[in-house]
Design a binder for this molecule. Structure first.
Ligand code: SF4
Ligand code: SF4
Length: 441
């Protein structure tokens, strides 16, 4: 695509990067067929190609964002299906990240939208605040019907609907410290404790630590790590996202320099995509560029790490039929497609892939709160495809997808690691029905 940026505009490294990306796009439109919002809404401006034109126009003219571009960029899930499909290697992720930051800087949203976003950015990345907010959600639940009738309050209704009624206690294993490996040492890793996942389902990391240590891997929970920054990054809040990235880079660098790390293991693929991008996000910061690139190179999804570990034979092979839902951040963001399914198969599960596996479930960070209508359509389509597999359990590697799919599916939705842990001698995953397991054994 031809571009028309001035030399002065290209002096801004963010604009220069976006210009390079824009030039790669050849307008072929292949990406439209796999874009969930184009497939759902049928509007070219809600396709990757349409958004690329809108972003090009805004950046080339050095204009502040307007209502039209904000509408169509807000509807983008950042699912990155377009990047998997694009034959020209257009890095839509970095382009839309730049556009979102530009919107945040130049566009004044309506008051309620601003307040909702500010509240999400204040609460979600901080486990203590998030846990307190979930407790308060019980008070708002009787008003869901009322909030749903008022367009400006639909995000509040969506939030209340997603909030679980029971909140697990905080995990003692999330506290900074070291969990020693058993038997022959096979590695040393740090684990991301993160934010929302540690509140919604602390058992995911507990299970991961238990399985890894049984396999001989020492697991470190470094002091000072926290939210990866993905949630605010996707809202265009760059300063907050970069502060999170720097804090985690510092925490992991201390662990690397103290006793060495083979990997930084991540159990939420949405976080993994962002941490693998820290090297790019902090490339312009001379104090962090090198350290961030090292952290990104060490970042591994738990299934990526386990697949390289040469696992022993499982303790028992359950035979249970599992529908594997590949999160967008797993398959499009990190290009991890085979490993989770191969691990589940080796562990004795019968793995089925739902139709339209490339389409997002509509979770996408805060998308199911900020765009509840499109999100619900995508969720229902996803659940229909999953249920058509005839599986007894859904496995996936991202807490956002677990919450989203579980809000509509009749079958249990669990993190892949819980099924693997169970096959390798751990307890039966919570939430998996006795009936399903009994039938399979
Ligand atoms: S990231 Fe997803 S929703 Fe956004 S343009 Fe690409 S395919 Fe469409
Ligand atoms: S598939 Fe790639 S090159 Fe083709 S229109 Fe989409 S982004 Fe541009």
């Amino acid at each position: 695509m031809q571009t028309n940026f001035s030399a002065a505009q290209l002096a801004d490294p963010h604009v220069a990067e976006s210009e390079k990306i824009l030039r790669k796009c050849v307008h072929c439109g292949f990406c439209t067929a796999t874009c969930p919002t184009y497939v759902t809404l049928g509007n070219e401006l809600d396709s990757p190609r349409g958004r690329i034109y809108l972003i090009k126009d805004m950046l080339e003219n050095g204009r502040p964002a307007d209502k039209e571009i904000v509408t169509h960029i807000d509807r983008c899930l950042s699912c990155l299906a377009c990047m998997t499909t694009c034959p020209s290697g257009v890095n839509y992720m970095h382009l839309v990240d730049h556009a979102r930051a530009h919107i945040q800087e130049t566009y004044k949203r309506p008051l309620l939208d601003r307040l909702t976003r500010a509240m999400l950015a204040f609460v979600l990345p901080y486990p203590t605040r998030f846990r307190a907010a979930l407790k308060l959600a019980g008070l708002g639940r009787p008003f869901i019907g009322l909030f749903e009738k008022l367009p400006a309050l639909k995000p509040v209704a969506a939030m209340l609907k997603l909030a679980p009624s029971a909140i697990p206690s905080a995990s003692p294993m999330a506290k900074p410290g070291t969990h020693a490996g058993q038997g022959i040492p096979r590695g040393r890793v740090a684990i991301l404790t993160g934010c929302a996942q540690s509140v919604l389902d602390p058992a995911i990391n507990e299970t991961t630590i238990s399985l890894l240590t049984r396999l001989g891997v020492e697991v470190v929970v470094p002091d000072g790590e926290g939210c990866c920054g993905a949630l605010v990054h996707h809202m265009g809040r760059e300063d907050q996202a970069l502060a999170s990235a720097r804090r985690n880079v510092d925490a992991w660098t201390r662990a690397i320099e103290k006793d060495g790390l083979d990997a930084i293991v991540i159990t939420a693929s949405g976080c993994g995509t962002t941490i693998k991008d820290y090297g790019f996000m902090l490339r312009l910061d001379p104090a962090y560029a090198e350290k961030a690139a090292r952290v990104s190179a060490l970042a591994k999804d738990i299934t990526e790490y386990l697949a390289a570990l040469d696992l022993p034979e499982p303790v028992h092979k359950p035979g249970t039929v599992v529908a594997y839902h590949s999160a967008c951040s797993m398959q499009h963001g990190q290009k991890i497609t085979r490993q989770p399914m191969e691990l589940l198969t080796k562990a004795g599960f019968v793995v089925r892939e739902p139709r339209e596996g490339h389409l997002c479930c509509g979770s996408a960070g805060t998308y199911n709160i900020l765009q509840p209508e499109i999100s619900a359509k995508l969720r229902d389509r996803k659940v229909k495809n999953i249920e058509a597999t005839g599986a007894e359990i859904v496995a996936t590697g991202n807490i956002g997808c677990i919450t989203q799919i579980a809000s509509a599916a009749k079958l249990p939705v669990v993190h892949t690691i819980k099924l693997l842990d169970w096959a390798y001698g751990g307890p039966k995953p919570e939430g998996v029905s006795e009936r399903g397991l009994a039938a399979a054994e």
